[in-house]
Each structure stands twice: as structure tokens, then as C-alpha cells.
Design a protein around this ligand. Structure first.
Ligand SMILES: C[S@@+](CC[C@H](N)C(=O)[O-])C[C@H]1O[C@@H](n2cnc3c(N)ncnc32)[C@H](O)[C@@H]1O
Length: 231
């Protein structure tokens, strides 16, 4: 299987790892918010997880170690990512399944899950494919299940071009651990592969699919958690 451009991201994976380690995309705050939502919904009850666009699962795996899981199933288009994910998930005591697949195909094929998690991957889909994602997620959630969307969103009224330009300017100012060629590579990647929506558009698509918003967290204007349950 050839890797589409969004997945060639793994060619700048070391750079992404630096961004995550420096918490420039607010993984720490977003992870803490995810934990609160999971604890509130499941308490000590075991639950199953479907992680779409799981990448190396480096930030999600340690968070899950504090919960009782029935199973973890992760999907990503990148073989390199899945190999790293296997190592990072090795401390989970539940069955772990890793699949090389497109996230929409995997969502159609997967069994129902208590938690569907998609972190910094949904923005790679076109608007119509995001609507399809929410329709499928609503079908594949168990009745008490949670859909957790961690992602970049555009500000209300901000065009995609304005977002790309503002995000690149922000990262060039903020991401001090990266050198200029790494910043160029991220900007090039996001201009070509990132299509975030305003959060109102994601909520509208979710509502049209029969989902309702449960909790949101916004440690920064573009970096958010939106969690949904069935109505
Ligand atoms: C920015 S990384 C996020 C990784 C991880 N979920 C996180 O939060 O750190 C985006 C991941 O989505 C994957 N990806 C992009 N488009 C995809 C698609 N259509 N189906 C499955 N995975 C995809 C990429 O290979 C990459 O691993």
C-alpha cells in the first residue's frame, strides 16, 4: 500500500515527537481532560477502545494504563507508526490489536466500541468525509459509549488559508526547539494536509449523526477536545 501525503508525515516523525515532548500541541492538558471524561463516564468499569490514526500512541498509551480495558484496537496508515505503537502499548494488560488501515474503512469494519478516540487525525479528512466519520462513529459506539475528538480547529470565521498562515506564523514564533528546516517541513505538511473545521461545524456534523456534546476543553484556541455521546 502506498502511503498518502498525510501519512508521509512519518518522514517528519522525529520532528513531531519533539513537538509533542515540548507540549506545543497541548497533549498534556488535552490528555488530562480526556482522563477526566473517561473517569466520569466509566469509573472503574472496563471499556473497549478504538484509536483511529493512533500514530505511535505515545501519549494515549500511558494514560490508558490507569484504566481497566477490555481491548485496545488501533489503526493507522503508517507501518512505521504502528511499529512504535506496539512498543508503547506493551504495558497494557488487555488484548492489543494494531491494524494498517484508513480510519474511515477501519471505522466501518470495526466492532462496536465503548470509546472511539481520534487524536490529531480527523483534520486530515475532507469536510464530507468528516461528516461520514461522525455517522459511522454514531453506529459504532455502544449505547453508553464516548467519542473523543482531540484535534486542531479553526476559529469561527477563520478561513482555511488564514488558519494555515496564522498557524505557521505561530509555530515559527513558539516552537523554539525546532530548527528552521523542521519548521519548514511542518508548515509544508500542514498547508498540504491539514483541513481543520471550526468546532461549530464538527458539532453540527456530530448532531446530524445523532451525537451530543458532553464536554469540551480548549487549552488553546486551535487545540481542543470535543467529547460526544449518543443522544
Ligand atoms: C499528527 S499524527 C497523530 C498521532 C496520535 N494520534 C497523536 O495524537 O499524537 C496523525 C496520524 O494520523 C495518521 N493518518 C493520517 N490520515 C489517516 C487516515 N486517513 N487513516 C488512518 N490514519 C491516518 C498518520 O499516519 C499519523 O500517524
Amino acid at each position: 500500500m502506498n502511503e498518502p501525503a498525510a501519512v508521509q508525515f512519518f518522514h517528519v516523525w522525529d520532528t513531531y515527537a519533539k513537538v509533542v515532548a515540548a507540549n506545543y500541541m497541548f497533549h498534556r492538558e488535552l490528555g488530562a481532560a480526556v482522563k477526566v471524561v473517561l473517569r466520569a463516564r466509566f469509573g472503574a468499569r472496563p471499556f473497549s477502545v478504538l484509536d483511529l490514526g493512533c500514530g505511535d500512541a505515545a501519549t494515549f498509551a500511558p494514560l490508558l494504563e490507569d484504566f481497566s480495558l477490555i481491548r485496545y484496537r488501533g489503526a493507522d496508515l503508517s507501518e512505521a507508526a504502528l511499529a512504535l505503537a506496539r512498543q508503547n502499548l506493551s504495558r497494557l494488560s488487555c488484548p492489543v490489536e494494531l491494524i494498517r488501515a484508513d480510519l474511515l474503512s477501519e471505522l466501518s469494519a470495526a466492532p462496536q466500541s465503548d470509546v472511539i478516540y481520534v487524536s490529531f487525525a480527523l483534520h486530515h479528512l475532507a469536510t464530507q468525509a468528516k461528516a461520514q466519520f461522525f455517522q459511522l462513529a454514531a453506529q459504532k459506539l455502544t449505547p453508553e459509549g464516548l467519542l473523543l475528538v482531540v484535534d486542531v480547529v479553526r476559529e469561527e470565521g477563520e478561513s482555511l488559508a488564514a488558519y494555515h498562515s496564522a498557524y505557521c506564523a505561530w509555530l515559527r514564533d513558539t516552537m523554539a526547539v525546532l530548527d528552521e528546516s523542521e519548521k519548514d517541513a511542518i508548515c509544508d505538511h500542514l498547508m498540504n494536509n491539514d483541513f481543520p473545521e471550526p468546532s461549530s461545524a464538527l458539532k453540527a456534523q456530530a448532531e446530524a449523526a445523532g451525537l451530543q456534546i458532553i464536554e469540551t476543553a480548549a487549552p488553546q484556541k486551535w487545540h481542543r477536545l470535543l467529547s460526544f455521546g449518543k443522544r
